[in-house]
Design a protein around this ligand. Structure first.
Ligand code: GLU
Length: 290
């Protein structure tokens, strides 16, 4: 059906956008525009301590300068915390969540095996607490909520039905157990990235998730949440990442030059967007082939 394709760009306003963000936003935007579909902008600002209004404004300005337009007003995850809480309650009522009191240091000290970019797989320390201890600590200590992944997988009858179609990787069989008991609600927010992004993509009718391959692994977790919450499964395209000339991925924390600094140095926005569309970059960057 023409017009029914929906994509989105979902940046976190925790820093200024860099060229890698532009590359990703252009792909999602153009995908929708080519199909006469809808392109949404969602500000992923559940992290109240790291999100900044000036970065939200920077996202609007940087995308507009590139010549990208989005449909409707941008949505803000910080306005949807009650919705995430509802999904969390559903999962809690099914007995699939448990409170976790561990600090990062506790988890590091437990010798948990490192697991790709997602950090360590949680060793399950708080899953094994006896009910009385759990109740007492729940009343007294800050806690996150983790999904009991083995139970969750059992609740949906195993991982057999959990494949997803990725336009670049093909049919991918989800392996959520490899990710362990991930956090669904943080100590400081009633949702984690995994929960908020899955709930929002469904609520906004996103049909095609176009995002960087750095988020490929997260999809294993998102597939389980979709199955548990009866949400539709979108099509995925995890694109290769734009890098610096040495092949290192761009990151805010590594001081990647911001889009604003490229514009300030005289780079024209629409010309930059067209350059990326043609598979070229300004000097100092490199675009891999998908
Ligand atoms: N907010 C996420 C980020 O900035 C992206 C979310 C997504 O595309 O699924 O990395």
């Amino acid at each position: 059906m023409p017009g029914s394709l929906v994509t989105r760009f979902a940046p976190s306003p925790t820093g200024a956008l860099h060229l890698g963000h532009a590359f990703s936003a252009i792909q999602a935007h153009d995908r929708a525009r080519r199909a006469g579909g809808t392109f949404l902008l969602r500000i992923e600002d559940i992290d109240g301590t790291r999100s900044r209004p000036e970065h939200v404004q920077g996202i609007f300005d940087d995308l507009a300068t590139l010549g990208l337009t989005w449909d409707g007003a941008a949505s803000f995850q910080s306005a949807r915390l009650a919705v995430y809480e509802q999904s969390l309650s559903r999962l809690r009522d099914k007995g699939l969540l448990y409170p976790c009191f561990c600090t990062r240091a506790d988890i590091a000290a437990s010798g948990a095996a490192p697991h790709g970019s997602a950090g360590a797989v949680y060793p399950g320390t708080c899953r094994m607490l006896d009910p009385a201890t759990r109740r007492a600590r729940l009343a007294a200590e800050p806690h996150a909520w983790r999904i009991d992944m083995a139970r969750a997988v059992a609740a949906i009858g195993g991982t057999g039905g959990l494949a997803w179609h990725d336009e670049l990787a093909g049919v991918v069989q989800a392996d959520p157990l490899a990710h362990g008991d991930v956090v669904l609600a943080r100590k400081d927010a009633p949702a984690s990235y995994h929960l908020a992004v899955t709930v929002d993509d469904a609520a906004q009718g996103v049909t095609h998730i176009v995002r960087g391959v750095d988020l490929f692994e997260a999809t294993h977790v998102h597939r389980v949440l979709q199955a548990l919450l009866d949400l539709p499964v979108p099509l995925y395209r995890h694109h290769a990442l734009l890098t610096d000339a040495a092949g290192n991925r761009l990151a805010k924390r590594n001081g990647a030059p911001t889009l604003a600094s490229l514009y300030a140095a005289g780079q024209d926005g629409p010309a930059l967007a067209d350059m990326l569309r043609r598979g070229q970059t300004p000097p100092g960057f490199a675009l891999p082939r998908d």
